[in-house]
Design a binder for this molecule. Structure first.
Ligand SMILES: Nc1ncnc2c1ncn2[C@@H]1O[C@H](COP(=O)(O)OP(=O)(O)OP(=O)(O)O)[C@@H](O)[C@H]1O
Length: 230
């Protein structure tokens, strides 16, 4: 489990995270939802240990972030691509050197599903294919927790559905995925837990299946209820 406890992060005068606490469960897909600028990326970067928080603590399976927890986390940032100057194959070779759990078989299997050839130069790929490679580079790290920052931005609906199918296929019972997004419809079918951030604070959280079963409400219905009082 990932425990985020009373975390505060300031960027000069901006309080990006204002005392947020929540847990990410094992074997689940958790979605961090919120409009632009509310603190979603900052939250993921803090969990990944890429930024130092001002207050609070983050525990990964009961341990503070350290070299021990490093291989449990794979972070896929919201950037166009990494390694534009490399071919896909070269990028896999590079990752293999860094990540002890790197799974070449998984990387090549995913490449095949996405119908991509490993000799393609990453900079020459379309936006959608760059996003596919980015997702492969994240998932083939075979980490316990894969953190995906806006993985679908700029990607058409068909590719999003394909991504979601591939993600679900490559997750085992102990692995967790955390996705940030401001587009709800695309994650409706796969997400377990939803955490809504507003202005650096947790606005509310719920389990999507329970909400569907107990209240007959989709994630969008629930968001409307909370935000518009419908
Ligand atoms: N490096 C930085 N320096 C200064 N301010 C920052 C920095 N990174 C983020 N911020 C600010 O912190 C707040 C939260 O930003 P963050 O990127 O976490 O939001 P977000 O919810 O991920 O937004 P988006 O959906 O647009 O990606 C915003 O006000 C943003 O401008």
């Amino acid at each position: 489990m990932i425990e985020v406890k009373n975390v505060v992060k300031k960027y000069k005068k901006i309080k990006a995270l204002d005392d947020i606490s929540f847990n990410i469960k094992e074997g689940k897909i958790t979605c961090i939802l919120g409009i632009n600028g509310v603190g979603k990326s900052t939250t993921l970067k803090a969990i990944a240990g890429l930024i130092r928080v001002d207050k609070g603590e983050i525990l990964i399976d009961n341990e503070k972030l350290s070299s021990k927890t490093y291989n449990k986390l794979a972070f896929v940032p919201d950037i166009d691509s990494y390694f534009p100057q490399l071919t896909i194959k070269e990028s896999f070779e590079f990752m293999k050197e860094f990540y002890v759990n790197w799974d070449d078989e998984k990387a090549y299997e995913m490449l095949e599903i996405f119908n991509l050839s490993d000799d393609r130069l990453i900079s020459s790929l379309s936006k959608g294919n760059k996003a596919r490679v980015k997702i492969i580079l994240g998932f083939a790290q075979n980490a316990k927790y894969t953190l995906l920052d806006e993985p679908f931005s700029g990607i058409d609906i068909f590719k999003r559905e394909e991504f979601i199918g591939v993600m679900a296929k490559y997750m085992n019972d102990e692995q967790s995925i955390v996705i940030t997004t401001h587009e709800i419809a695309e994650i409706e079918m796969i997400v377990d837990d939803v955490i809504v951030i507003d202005n650096g604070k947790i606005a509310f959280e719920f389990n999507a299946e329970e909400t569907r079963e107990n209240e007959g409400k989709s994630i969008i219905d629930k968001m409307r209820e909370v935000y518009r009082g419908e």
